[in-house]
Write a protein that binds this ligand. Structure first.
Ligand code: BGC
Length: 813
C-alpha cells in the first residue's frame, strides 16, 4: 500500500490502537483494527521449515505444529556453498507459507559461529560473514519472491545460548563491523528483508532491543533497511526505550502491559507520538505487503517437496575422508548398517526451529537394493550398552563393509543451552572403536549440527558429514554413499582438533553479566591461519569422487584504485572420470598492513558443475569491500595502499592459484597500535590481558558478575539470585516444576531456561499471570526487603493466577 494511504489510516487510529499495533495479539499474530481494514498477520518459525502452531503456542518447539517439510538445517545449507540452494530453499518455504497463509517466515538465522559450542550452530550458517551473508541474501530473495516476508535473525552478536536473554557481548567496534555485522548488512542491502529480528542479548551493555545505534543508526541509516524490526520472543526490556530506538514490533504480546507503557509515555511527553506513528507505518507497510504482494501458489505438494529436501540435502553433505577411495560403495557387497541413526536419523535440531516433519526416511530404508544387516549399536546415545555394541561387532564381522551412523544426540545440542565440550557420547565412540577393530572397511556417517572431536579418525576408512540434513537426510546419504551423487559440500566452519585450539575457548561463554570477545577478528580460520595452527579439517574443505585442476588465473587490471572493481578469472577442469561439482574459493590477503588483519579472508566463491574432462572459465568480481577494513578512526570502510594477494583454491588450506595486485588505497589516518595491542598483530589472542582488551574496546572493562550485596532488579534472573535464601528455594521449585515433564523437552534444559529468563521477561511472557505486583514482591523477597510482607503479597498474587490465566488465554487465539 502507498505510504500516503498508510499515513491516512494512522491518522485515524487512537493512541491506544497505535500502541497496540506495535505488539502481538498473540504468540504469532499482529493485531487487527477491523474498523480501518487493518488485518492481523501471522508469522511462524523458520528457518529450515515451517513451525506454524495452529493451537497451543511456545517458542521452544514444545507444542506441536502443523505438518511441514523439514529441509536441511543452516549449517548444511551454508556447506553447499551454492547460492541456488539457498534460494530454492527460500522459494519452497515461501510456497509453504503461502499455503499456510503466513505473512512472515522467521528466518534465516545468521549469527556467526564464534565457538563450536553454541547450541544453535546447527541453525546458523558459518564462521565466515561473507559466506553467511551471501547465502542469507539468496534465501531471503527466494522467500520474498513469493510475496512472503522474512525475519533475518538474531541481530546481533547472539553467538551463544548461555544467558542469552541477559548477557552483554563485549565486542570492539572493528570486530562488530568486520565479523558480526556483515552477514546482516549484505542481506539488508542485497535482498531488502521485510523484517529483522533483534537479539535477546546486550551489546556493550545495551540491550539489542533498545539499542538506537544498532537498530536505527546502523541498520536503517547506514544500510538502508526499510522494513520493521521485531523483537526476538520476549527480548523486550524497556518497551518505551525500544520504540524510540527503532524496535517497532514486540513479540509476543504482553497482554497489554507494555502497550499501556507506550500510551503513558506519549501522554507524559516522554515519547514523541511521531516516533510511534513511524513505527505503525513500518508495521503496517509489511502487513499490507503480505496481502498485496502475495503470489498465488499451486497447492503445496508434500511428496514433491520431500524430493526437493532430498535434492538439497545432497548438496549439503561434506565428504571428510575417503581412504583408498572406498567410496562410492559398490552395490554388490554385503553391508552392516550400524547405529540407531541409520534407521532414525538425527535430522534437525531442538528449539524454535523444530519441525513436525512430513516424513523422515533413514538411510536404512532408503537402501533397498543392497544386501544389508542392521545392528542398533546404542540406545539413546547417552547410556552405554555393551550388549548392543557386542551385537554390532558380530554384524560388522559378517559384512564386507560396516557403515556406522553416529554423531550427537539431541540432548547434546539445542537452542536454549550450549555444549560444554566437543565430544561425541561415549557410547558412539566405543561403538566406532569396536566396529573398526573387526572390520577394516568401516565408514562413518555423522549426524551433528556442529564440529565434534574425532579421536577415531585414523581407524576408519571414510567419513561423511551428513549434518542435520532434514527429513530426507537418509535418502541423500544413500545417494552419496553409493555414488548416485558425487559429494560436493565443503565445510562452512573449521573443525578444530580439540576445543582448546579455538581462539575463543578461554572466553566462551563468559560470566554471569558479560562475555568478552577478546579474540576480536580471529574467529574460525582467521585465527587458525594466522597462528598456522593445525586443524582436523579446515574451513572450505570437502572431498569429491573426482579431481579438479585449477589454472590460468587472470585479472582484468594490473593495478587498482577507487572504485576498486576487479574481475578475477581462472580455469577449472574436471580431470577425473565422473561428473562433479567443485566449490572454488577466492581469498584476499593484504600482504603488509598498518592495521592488523587476518592472514586472508574469503571474498568470493562459485560452485561449478563439470562433466568428466570438462573445463570451464570462472569469473569472480571483487569490489571495495573485498579489500577494505573498517577504520575505527574515521568510522568508515577504507582500503589501505599496497600490494594484495588474490588466492584461489579448493579450501582455505589448499590454495591452488595466486596473483598479486597493487592497490592505491583511500585510507589515510590509520591506527598503528602495535604497542597498545600487540596480540592482535601477532594473532596470539588466546590469553589477551585486561589492559589490552580494554584498549581495544576503548573503555574500562564492565563488571563480569553481580557484586555481593547487589540489589536485584527486574533485569535479573533466578540464576543470579540462586545464592539467596529465597532464590535458592524458588530455583528449586522451578526445577521441580519441570521434572518428569518430558512433554516440555529435556527437563534439565527447561529448568535452565526458566532460571535464565530475566524477571521482566517472565512478567511479559506471562501476559499478566505474573502481575507487576507479584514481580515487585518477588524482588523484595529476593532482596530481603520486608520479606514477610513480600511473601504474603506474592501468595495473594498466586491465588489470583487462575483468573489471570483465563484472561491471558484470550490473547492466545
Ligand atoms: C528464538 C527465535 C524464534 C522465536 C519464536 C525465540 O526463542 O530465539 O529464533 O524465532 O523464539 O519461536
Amino acid at each position: 500500500m502507498e505510504k500516503g494511504k498508510i499515513k491516512e489510516i494512522i491518522e485515524q487510529l487512537t493512541l491506544k490502537e497505535k500502541a497496540g499495533l506495535c505488539s502481538g495479539r498473540s504468540f504469532w499474530h499482529t493485531k487487527e483494527v477491523a474498523r480501518l481494514g487493518i488485518p492481523s498477520m501471522m508469522v511462524a518459525d523458520g528457518p529450515h521449515g515451517l513451525r506454524k502452531q495452529a493451537s497451543k503456542s511456545d517458542m521452544l518447539g514444545i507444542n506441536k505444529s502443523i505438518v511441514a517439510t523439514c529441509f536441511p538445517t543452516g549449517v548444511g545449507i551454508a556447506a553447499s556453498f551454492d547460492r541456488a540452494v539457498a534460494k530454492r530453499l527460500g522459494e519452497a518455504l515461501g510456497d509453504e507459507a503461502l499455503d499456510e497463509n503466513l505473512g512472515v517466515v522467521l528466518g534465516p538465522a545468521i549469527n556467526i559461529k564464534r565457538s563450536p559450542l553454541c547450541g544453535r550452530n546447527f541453525e546458523y550458517m558459518s564462521e565466515d560473514p561473507y559466506l553467511a551473508g551471501e547465502m542469507s541474501a539468496e534465501y531471503v530473495n527466494g522467500v520474498q519472491s513469493r510475496g512472503v516476508g522474512v525475519s533475518v535473525k538474531h541481530f546481533a552478536v547472539n553467538s551463544q545460548e548461555k544467558f542469552r536473554m541477559s548477557i552483554s557481548a563485549e565486542v570492539d567496534e572493528r570486530t562488530l563491523r568486520e565479523i558480526y555485522f556483515p552477514a546482516f548488512e549484505n542481506t539488508v542491502k542485497k535482498a531488502k528483508p521485510w523484517t529483522v529480528m533483534c537479539a535477546y542479548n546486550k551489546i556493550n551493555g545495551e540491550y539489542c532491543s533498545e539499542n538506537k545505534w544498532l537498530l536505527t543508526d546502523v541498520l536503517r541509516k547506514e544500510w538502508g533497511f526499510n522494513g520493521f524490526v521485531v523483537s526476538d520472543w520476549g527480548a523486550v526490556n524497556d518497551r518505551v526505550k525500544g520504540v524510540a530506538a527503532g524496535l517497532e514490533l514486540e513479540m509476543p504480546g504482553t497482554g497489554g502491559r507494555n502497550d499501556r507503557k507506550i500510551v503513558e509515555a506519549v501522554e507524559a511527553g516522554k515519547l514523541d507520538e511521531k516516533i510511534l506513528d513511524k513505527a505503525c507505518e513500518r508495521v503496517l507497510g509489511v502487513v499490507f505487503d503480505s496481502i498485496e504482494k502475495k503470489q498465488s501458489a499451486p497447492k503445496y505438494d508434500r511428496e514433491k517437496e520431500h524430493l526437493l529436501a532430498r535434492t538439497l540435502a545432497r548438496e549439503t553433505m561434506v565428504l571428510l575422508k575417503n581412504e583408498g577411495n572406498i567410496l562410492p560403495l559398490k552395490k554388490d557387497k554385503k553391508y552392516a548398517f550400524i547405529g540407531a541413526f541409520a534407521k532414525t536419523p538425527r535430522y534437525q535440531g531442538g528449539g524454535s526451529s523444530h519441525i513436525n516433519s512430513y516424513k523422515v526416511v533413514g538411510a536404512w530404508d532408503a537402501a533397498t537394493d543392497i544386501q544389508k544387516e542392521y545392528a542398533r549399536g546404542y540406545q539413546d546415545g547417552i547410556t552405554e550398552d555393551q550388549k548392543l555394541i557386542s551385537e554390532a561387532v558380530e554384524t560388522a564381522k559378517n559384512a564386507d563393509i560396516a557403515i556406522v551412523f553416529a554423531g550427537l544426540p539431541e540432548v547434546y545440542e539445542s537452542e536454549g543451552f550450549d555444549r560444554r565440550h566437543m565430544n561425541m557420547p561415549k557410547s558412539h565412540l566405543d561403538l566406532i572403536e569396536a566396529v573398526s577393530k573387526v572390520n577394516p572397511n568401516t565408514v562413518v556417517v555423522l549426524h551433528n549440527g556442529s564440529p565434534v572431536e574425532m579421536p577415531w579418525i585414523k581407524d576408519v576408512k571414510a567419513v561423511l558429514e551428513a549434518y542435520l540434513g532434514g527429513e530426507a537426510v537418509g535418502e541423500a546419504t544413500y545417494d552419496i554413499l553409493f555414488g548416485d551423487v558425487n559429494p560436493s559440500g565443503k565445510l562452512a566452519e573449521t573443525f578444530p582438533i580439540y576445543l582448546n585450539d579455538v581462539a575463543s575457548s578461554e572466553y566462551y561463554p563468559g560470566f554471569t553479566k558479560t562475555v568478552e570477545y577478546r579474540e576480536g577478528l580471529y574467529v574460525g580460520y582467521r585465527y587458525f591461519d594466522k597462528k598456522k595452527k593445525k586443524v582436523l579439517f579446515p574451513f572450505g574443505y570437502g572431498l569429491s569422487y573426482t579431481d579438479f585442476e585449477y589454472s590460468d588465473i587472470k585479472m582484468d587490471k594490473q593495478s587498482l584504485k577507487d572504485p576498486y572493481e576487479l574481475r578475477v578469472s581462472f580455469k577449472i577442469k574436471n580431470t577425473g572420470e565422473r561428473e562433479g561439482k567443485e566449490i572454488c574459493q577466492l581469498y584476499v590477503k593484504d600482504i603488509i598492513s598498518t592495521v592488523y588483519r587476518p592472514e586472508k579472508e574469503l571474498k568470493g566463491f562459485e560452485k561449478i558443475s563439470l562433466k568428466a574432462g570438462e573445463e570451464k572459465e570462472v569469473e569472480i568480481k571483487l569490489d571495495k569491500r573485498s579489500f577494505a577494513f573498517y577504520n575505527t578512526i574515521t568510522h568508515n570502510w577504507e582500503v589501505e595502499s599496497g600490494e594484495y594477494e588474490i588466492l584461489v583454491g579448493a579450501s582455505s588450506a589448499d590454495i591452488r592459484l595466486s596473483t598479486k595486485i597493487e592497490i592505491e588505497g583511500d585510507a589515510k589516518e590509520m591506527s598503528d597500535d602495535k604497542m597498545l595491542f600487540p596480540s592482535y598483530y601477532s594473532g596470539d589472542v588466546e590469553d589477551v590481558k585486561d589492559e589490552e582488551f580494554s584498549a581495544l574496546i576503548g573503555r574500562a572493562l564492565s563488571d563480569r558478575e553481580f557484586p555481593e550485596g547487589y540489589k536485584f532488579t527486574v533485569n535479573n534472573n533466578l540464576y543470579d539470585a540462586r545464592h539467596t535464601k529465597w532464590g535458592r528455594r524458588i530455583a528449586k521449585l522451578a526445577m521441580l516444576a519441570t521434572k518428569g515433564k518430558d512433554d516440555l523437552g529435556d527437563p534439565e534444559i527447561m529448568a535452565q531456561i526458566a532460571l535464565q529468563t530475566p524477571m521482566e521477561a517472565m512478567c511479559n511472557f506471562s501476559k499478566g499471570v505474573l502481575s507487576e505486583k507479584m514481580l515487585y514482591s518477588l524482588l523484595d523477597l529476593l532482596n530481603g526487603d520486608r520479606p514477610t510482607r513480600a511473601f504474603w503479597k506474592l501468595i495473594g498474587g498466586v491465588f489470583k493466577i487462575p483468573y489471570y490465566m483465563r484472561k491471558a488465554k484470550k490473547h492466545d487465539l
